[in-house]
Write a protein that binds this ligand. Structure first.
Ligand code: 16G
Ligand code: MG
Length: 542
């Protein structure tokens, strides 16, 4: 390592005094103007990680669903997975090192992680459409080159596309071709193959309106839609030509406000969906004949997909295990439906894709979705081999099911939740089963639910256990929540410190919206009183 060169270059990407940031649930994220040094340093870190793993590492510049003024960065590990937890600490210490300590911290990390500094390094870089992203990704490149790493800059990509590129390159092309074209072809041909057998009942089933959150999803879907145009026609809204990124639109807006985005025309019973700003989340929705808005969130997506997979697995009868992974935010109705009606085992993990992903890997086929629309399906190597074998050999019905499963494997971006591949899988299932959006929605009825935020002096005073469903600290808070929950029917509530904002989140559900809102308010008040609330006291009524 040429530490003198690092010091010199670093001065051009100097860290503002006193700023400390944490590699959180989804990497570093804050106002774009505070991120230049972080980007440069993540370029350095990516080189070390690449040397250590002897593989290609990805760096994605995005702040996902957050406002346009924000930005962020995350590293992608060799198999297209999120950065290993042990390296999150290295990322945090490197980002926060004062200028004069930077060389020492680099040496420290190299020693601790046993990095072979003679190894070559290669880093691939992608970015979203934020105005700040281009310059920030140049800072990443500066970091990569000063440590002698090679790189390929893909420019504009969705986050899942960058994960795909990393995995393709490290699998030497076995997973697919590491180009945008390769990605489009792989997913579209799996979609076309899967929907071959679909009974097409009119145009209604085959058009979909997509709110692209004024983000990267619009550009990529516009490029891709010609590849599957025979099976599905997508109409793009909020394509970035007019509106602001994630502003009054996108999956996060629709899910948290439980209302349609601006900028999309919705006729009664039309199927619509929203992506988030980097296209790794998706939610569906429609308006009924009475004008009422119906949200179909990640829980109902998981239900549709796991129901379909379960049927195919029964058909091939090979004892492959299927499990669904959710978080505490999953609507109680979805968990009940999955367990009691569909008889599928359900597990709950902490919030954040990496936790769900990890748990899902324990099954032959693991379906994981957060209620907010982040999710995918993972197939174990053993399951994939078995399915591919059956698709070649077995008798007719079995073979048909195995072939469909084979397409599903190709359709899901196996590295991370991907709005585009989720959308294509959902559209294929609806077409194959001849389901309308209303029929899908009617699988079960969501319990009314409410999420609130409470400001506290230090959100770390709250610690939780049992996949964030129980508070262990501060004393008395869980007892207070238990007493409040007892007042209502079908009720549940939990609180957890946010991993991305300086607040505590409150979730409540109960038999009616009115009761849910009361419960959410009362729990917020308990947090405010017992966990050091600051600013305005929570108010009743929304
Ligand atoms: C991040 C996570 C998302 C999670 C959210 C929770 C990834 C890629 N993203 O956006 O899965 O739902 O954080 O935010 O893991 P919170 O901690 O502020 O509630
Ligand atoms: Mg996102």
């Amino acid at each position: 390592m040429d530490l003198d060169a690092v010091t010199k270059q670093s001065a051009l990407h100097a860290k503002p005094d006193g700023l400390t940031l944490q590699y959180g649930t989804a990497g570093f994220r804050t106002k774009a103007e505070h991120l230049d040094h972080v980007m440069f340093r993540m370029g350095l870190l990516a080189v070390l990680r690449s040397k250590q793993t002897k593989s290609i590492i990805g760096v994605m510049v995005t702040a996902s669903h957050n406002p346009e003024e924000d930005n962020g960065v995350k590293l992608v590990d060799p198999l297209g997975e999120m950065l290993a937890a042990s390296w999150e600490e290295h990322a945090t210490s490197l980002a926060n090192a004062e200028e004069q300590h930077l060389p020492r911290v680099l040496v420290d990390i190299s020693e601790k992680a046993a990095v072979d500094l003679h190894q070559d390094a290669f880093v691939v870089i992608g970015r979203d459409t934020r105005p700040s992203s281009e310059k920030l990704s140049q800072s990443v490149i500066d970091g990569v080159t000063v440590l002698g790493g090679q790189f390929h800059d893909y420019g504009l990509l969705t986050t899942p596309q960058l994960h795909y590129m990393v995995f393709c390159r490290n699998s030497k092309g076995q997973y697919g071709k590491a180009t945008a074209e390769g990605y489009y072809q792989k997913l579209s041909s799996a979609f076309v193959e899967l929907t071959k057998q679909a009974f097409c009942s009119g145009d209604d089933h085959r058009t979909l309106k997509v709110d692209c959150a004024n983000g990267i999803g619009a550009l990529k879907l516009a490029e891709m839609k010609h590849y599957f145009s025979q099976g599905l026609s997508v109409q793009l809204f909020n394509d970035g030509t007019k509106g602001k990124l994630n502003h009054l639109c996108g999956a996060d807006f629709v899910k948290s406000h439980q209302k349609p985005p601006q900028g999309i025309e919705m006729k009664a019973n039309e199927r619509c969906c929203s992506f988030d700003g980097d296209a790794d989340r998706i939610v569906y929705y429609y308006r009924d004949a009475d004008g009422r808005f119906h949200l179909i969130d990640g829980d109902k997506i998981a239900t549709l997909i796991s129901g379909f997979l379960k049927e195919l697995l029964l058909e091939i009868g090979d004892g492959l295990s299927l499990g669904v992974v959710q978080t505490a935010y999953a609507n109680g109705s979805s968990t009940r439906y999955l367990e009691e009606v569909m008889k599928v085992p359900v597990y709950c993990t902490k919030t954040g894709v990496k936790h769900l992903h990890h748990k899902a890997q324990e099954f032959d086929i693991g379906v994981y979705f957060e209620a907010n629309g982040h999710g995918t399906v993972l197939f174990s190597k053993a399951a994939e081999t078995k399915i591919k074998q059956l698709a070649k050999e077995s008798e007719d019905e079995k073979r048909k099911a195995a072939k469909m499963l084979e397409s599903v494997i190709d359709l899901f971006n196996q590295t991370i939740g991907d709005a585009i591949s989720d959308m294509l899988v959902i559209e294929a299932i609806l077409a194959l089963k001849g389901l309308t959006v209303q029929q899908w929605d009617a699988l079960y009825t969501d319990l009314p639910n409410r999420q609130l935020k409470v400001k506290v002096a230090d959100r770390q005073v709250i610690s939780t256990t049992d996949a964030e469903r129980q508070v262990v600290k501060p004393p008395g808070l869980q007892e207070a929540i238990n007493d409040l929950v007892k007042k209502y029917r079908l009720s549940r509530a939990f609180v957890r410190p946010s991993g991305t904002e300086d607040i505590v989140r409150v979730y409540a559900e109960a038999d009616s919206q009115e009761n849910t809102d009361s419960l959410a308010y009362e729990v917020s008040l308990a947090v405010f009183q017992l966990a050091g609330g600051i600013g305005e006291r929570p108010q009743r009524g929304f």
